[in-house]
Design a protein around this ligand. Structure first.
Ligand SMILES: C[S@@+](CC[C@H](N)C(=O)[O-])C[C@H]1O[C@@H](n2cnc3c(N)ncnc32)[C@H](O)[C@@H]1O
Length: 272
């Protein structure tokens, strides 16, 4: 049993089952990163490789680091089955990358990964420390108050969950530009080296929206916890109904038995 609540949250479920619905967007995102042969890339909070795999397919030398052992194992299995010898995964914590040397990577990617680590100022420092001068950091962060899927799942889930422990910094604060600027300033990066844009990830799956919701309910740590808390208060059905309404309303697919839900995020690019 893990004593690190951050690790326990992501090992509780099986994020690979959600990641399956994010593959196309992961590939599309990586295609915009000007990846060249031999570029040294760190994918932080990489899960099972939604962005690490396409980066390696483009010829980069990729290290995926994730706090969850099950996802590191799943990533290594994918790398092996795809024959990608330029891709490996290891366990690590974005708040303290002590196993990685300074100035090791040309590009650090963190799509909805590092935002979930505690101690955001340490996370910014670690990302900057391991990036070479002239390199880049690219983060994708969900935006608080955004009306699209993931921000709403997290908002609804937290409204059914007990209040977080004192001192807890919400991951969603990484979706606020002023916080990002302040955190990278703490790591020695001036504001003019940070660019922001709104971008979109689309969650796709072959079944109806209810099937994608079932995957979140069964495999996505934050939603699993919310259902447990709701059940303890007899409010499970309310949570299910609220999420069902959300998933149905957000589905952009014309077909009733396919799901395609676009979700907006804050894309952060830092020139180191
Ligand atoms: C929403 S998932 C995104 C995974 C992947 N980047 C993707 O796009 O499919 C969040 C990931 O961040 C990882 N994570 C959470 N806290 C972390 C930390 N402190 N250090 C490293 N990884 C962390 C989780 O284990 C999980 O794989």
């Amino acid at each position: 049993m893990s004593t690190n609540p951050n690790k326990a949250l992501w090992e509780k479920g099986d994020f690979t089952r959600i990641a399956e619905s994010m593959r196309e967007s992961g590939e599309a995102l990586v295609a915009t990163l000007d990846i060249t042969d031999g570029l040294e890339v760190l994918d932080l909070g990489c899960g099972d490789g939604t962005t690490a795999v396409p980066a390696a397919k483009l010829g980069a030398a990729v290290l995926g680091v994730d706090i969850a052992s099950n996802l590191v194992d799943a990533g290594n299995t994918r790398a092996q089955s795809l024959g990608l010898t330029n891709l490996r995964f290891q366990r690590g914590d974005a708040s303290d990358l002590n196993e990685l040397d300074d100035d090791s990577f040309d590009l650090v990617i963190s799509m909805f990964g590092a935002m979930f680590a505690p101690k955001p100022f340490d996370v910014a420092k670690e990302m900057v420390r391991v990036t070479r001068s002239g390199g880049r950091i690219v983060m994708g962060n969900w935006i608080p108050g955004d009306p699209t899927l993931v921000a709403q799942i997290l908002k609804i889930s937290s409204s059914y969950s007990p209040p977080p422990p004192e001192g807890f910094v919400s991951p969603m604060t990484w979706g606020v530009e002023d916080n990002v600027i302040e955190r990278f300033a703490g790591a020695g990066v001036p504001e003019e080296k940070i660019a922001f844009e709104r971008d979109t990830y689309t969650f796709r799956c072959p079944g109806a929206p209810a099937e994608l919701l079932a995957r979140f309910r069964t495999y996505y740590g934050p939603t699993m916890n919310a259902f447990e808390a709701a059940a303890a208060n007899g409010r499970e059905a309310d949570l299910q109904a609220e999420l069902e309404a959300l998933f149905n309303a957000q589905n952009a697919s014309q077909s009733g038995d396919a799901t395609s839900i676009p979700a907006t995020f804050l894309r952060v690019t830092v020139a180191v």
